[in-house]
Design a binder for this molecule. Structure first.
Ligand code: SF4
Ligand code: SF4
Length: 442
């Protein structure tokens, strides 16, 4: 394959482990009898809950209303009755109000032929309004409300719309399966985004460990009228990060603290493109998503299209349960995901994977003192000196670590992964940022 690109600084090569599910077709997950739907599934303010115990809800009904501009609507993924409204812990440790719905009655959408809507005559404002109405958020992990990202401010010109088909975290294959199973729908989603954003060109970055996706999308790109290029990328973590992806695809760097728009780019995940297609063409709210259920403890790893609010225990059970004692359950990828301690934790709009890993996979070796080997420095994609930052944080000198670039840290975990002394570098970075912010407001 010619012209394979990547980002320049740092990066690591963890074992991919994608073969467990990369050949597994997306299947609809079973719908459990009770779902718990959080009001906080996006970056920004939580949605305002519109229902109360006893409210009868229909599939796709609005149950949480965006509270302000940086917020997103939430819809009921099933028909049923609201049992309770309760506070739950999210995987990141935050508390969110959540609506517990008992499944009852008939589906309005599922199993029924849906009308296709013509969208080419809609204005950009009308398209953005559909994206907002149906609660779309970025599905790559950041969950930024999509109507904000795609609503390009007047006077700003987008040279390149960069689509993230990288999926660089080990184990995850949900985006890969979408690219090969729903290629035509993704191209239609790109047509809609092309009208909304009006970029000079569109580039889809895909790592070369997905040759079938590269081939299918390249053929589709050649056959369609869009100015669309598929860019094969070397396999390297964290290439799915916005800044690393932009550098790999466009060759341009986003300055520290700036947004991609400042270099004329908008970045969107491939799953988000598919949800744009479903929202605009089928007027479908974002109430389900593809989740990779994998890891060395799962009997039948799979890619399941799960309703938001489905407890992870239900998906694990559907995949045959555990074949050996798990040491860790992770929501998301193993590098940046969150450890889960409650099997009732619900799938949300941002859940790309559920990984069940044995002690062998997560072997926590004993920490020793820094060997000053510099491996963490070579691994950091942001050009930081993680060992030095860690030392400042360890000495409670948060201001000094910020002066040396702490706030540019993406928490990608490449430094800790490379460290032969097993120093918890990324945990240190997270702590340092929190402490610095606390000191600033006090
Ligand atoms: S976690 Fe932060 S410091 Fe460590 S490699 Fe990633 S960006 Fe660099
Ligand atoms: S990789 Fe670990 S041991 Fe090596 S310099 Fe960095 S912190 Fe020290």
């Amino acid at each position: 394959m010619k012209g394979i690109r990547t980002f320049s600084k740092g990066g690591i090569h963890p074992a991919g482990k994608k073969a467990l599910t990369s050949h597994k077709e997306i299947k609809n997950a079973m719908i459990p009898s009770v779902l718990v739907v959080p009001m906080q599934q996006h970056l920004g303010k939580p949605a305002k809950c519109l229902v109360e115990p006893g409210t009868e809800v229909r599939e796709g009904m609005l149950i949480g209303e965006a509270d302000g501009f940086i917020s997103a609507n939430v819809h009921s993924p099933i028909p049923g009755t609201v049992k309770t409204i309760k506070d739950i812990y999210l995987p990141n440790g935050m508390i969110s109000k959540a609506v517990e719905i008992e499944f009852k009655g008939e589906f309005d959408r599922s199993g029924k032929v849906q009308e296709k809507h013509e969208w080419k005559n809609l204005s950009v404002k009308e398209l953005i309004s559909l994206i907002s109405e149906f609660g779309l958020v970025g599905l790559g992990g950041a969950t930024f409300p999509a109507h904000v990202k795609f609503g390009v401010p007047p006077g700003k010109v987008v040279e390149t719309l960069v689509i993230n088909g990288v999926e660089c975290e080990p184990y995850l294959t949900a985006d890969h399966r979408l690219m090969i199973e729903r290629t035509a729908d993704i191209i239609e989603g790109l047509r809609i985004l092309n009208k909304m954003i009006n970029p000079g060109k569109i580039a889809i970055g895909i790592e070369v460990n997905k040759p079938d996706a590269i081939e299918l999308l390249s053929k589709a790109a050649e056959a369609c009228e869009l100015n669309l290029e598929v860019v094969p990328l070397k396999v390297k973590y964290p290439q799915g990060d916005e800044k690393q992806l932009l550098q790999a695809v466009t060759g341009r760097e986003v300055p520290s603290g700036a947004l991609p728009l400042e270099i004329g780019a908008v970045v969107s995940n491939i799953g988000t493109v598919f949800s744009v297609y479903e929202a605009v063409v089928y007027r479908k709210p974002l109430m389900e998503r593809v989740v990779t259920v994998s890891g060395d403890c799962i009997v039948n790893p799979a890619n399941l299209k799960a309703r938001v609010g489905t407890p992870i225990s239900s998906l694990i059970h559907e995949c045959g349960g555990f074949k050996k004692e798990p040491a860790k359950i992770v929501m998301g990828g193993p590098m940046m995901g969150f450890s889960i301690f409650d099997m009732d934790t619900p799938v949300s709009k941002g859940t790309s994977g559920i990984l069940v890993l044995s002690a062998k996979e997560v072997a926590a070796a004993r920490q020793t003192t820094c060997l000053e080997c510099g491996r963490c420095v070579s691994a950091c994609p942001m050009g930081l000196n993680p060992t030095r930052l860690f030392k400042w944080i360890d000495h409670l000198e948060y201001g000094k670590s910020v002066e040396e670039g702490l706030l540019d840290c993406k928490e990608c975990g490449s430094c800790g992964y490379s460290c032969p002394a097993h120093i918890p570098l990324v945990q240190g970075m997270k702590l340092g940022k929190n402490m610095y912010r606390k000191q600033k407001v006090s």
